[in-house]
Design a protein around this ligand. Structure first.
Ligand code: HEM
Ligand code: HEM
Length: 177
């Protein structure tokens, strides 16, 4: 009864662009992350690893813009049952948190290894941890685990979008198209 009324609102073109841009960057980042050579103490940040750092820096930059945009342009909530409203809000909030936590732990790990993270291969980011920092080194393991958490959240999110489109047959998916 609630679901059929969410037909007017569409995310702004900027919000939609940022959403789909992050999808592209994050897909590329998972492919690079899972196919690049294993990182050891004496590994140099070249080849696929250099790509992982560059794409990662772009994700950090786009997420900062995206969060700024989201806070200054609050979307109209979809008209859903209280349970679905709670589930979607919780998943979206978790997606934002993990989308920041994954790049930040990777960045701290890169800094601890003495690697400089650069945006588009040029603009250097400041170090997030001191070279050799044991916390920074441990965050590499946290990064790998959190990447799986992000993967699971994205799978859940895509399943929810399809559920809206195919089962509930409401217009939630259209809000982001
Ligand atoms: C959403 C963004 C990101 C995703 C999905 C992602 C994903 C991954 C994945 C899947 C791995 C391999 C883990 C494994 O072999 O078990 C990895 C490793 C790594 N990533 Fe990322 N990453 C992201 C952002 C970043 C950023 C921004 C940086 C640095 C600026 C970074 C630096 C690293 C480093 C240094 C490793 C090696 C960690 C280690 O083996 O100790 N990542 N990442
Ligand atoms: C095929 C892939 C995807 C589809 C079909 C999709 C669809 C959607 C839709 C329809 C919404 C709006 C939901 C609403 O109005 O309540 C949305 C929002 C959102 N999506 Fe996706 N999405 C996809 C991939 C992704 C990925 C890969 C990420 C993260 C890496 C992501 C993160 C988000 C976030 C954080 C929101 C909340 C937006 C806000 O209100 O601030 N999505 N998505």
């Amino acid at each position: 009864m609630f679901e059929n009324h969410s037909h007017n609102f569409v995310y702004s073109p900027v919000a939609r662009l940022l959403h789909w841009l992050i999808l592209g960057l994050v897909c590329a980042q998972f492919i690079i992350g899972w196919t690049m050579p294993d990182v050891h103490r004496d590994t140099l940040p070249t080849g696929a690893i250099a790509w992982h750092l560059s794409v990662g820096a772009a994700i950090v930059a786009v997420m900062v813009i995206r969060i700024f945009w989201r806070v200054t342009h609050v979307p109209e909530p979809a008209k859903l049952s209280p349970m679905l409203t709670f589930a979607s809000r919780a998943t979206h909030l978790l997606l934002y948190i993990v989308l920041l936590a994954v790049p930040l732990t990777g960045w701290a790990n890169a800094s601890a290894r003495g690697w400089t993270v650069r945006l588009l291969g040029t603009l250097p980011f400041p170090g997030l941890a001191q070279k050799g920092s044991s916390l920074g080194m441990e965050l590499g393991g946290v990064h790998s685990v959190l990447a799986w958490v992000l993967f699971t959240l994205i799978a859940l999110h895509i399943a929810a979008a399809l559920f809206h489109r195919l089962v509930l047959r409401d217009s939630v998916l259209q809000r982001m198209l």
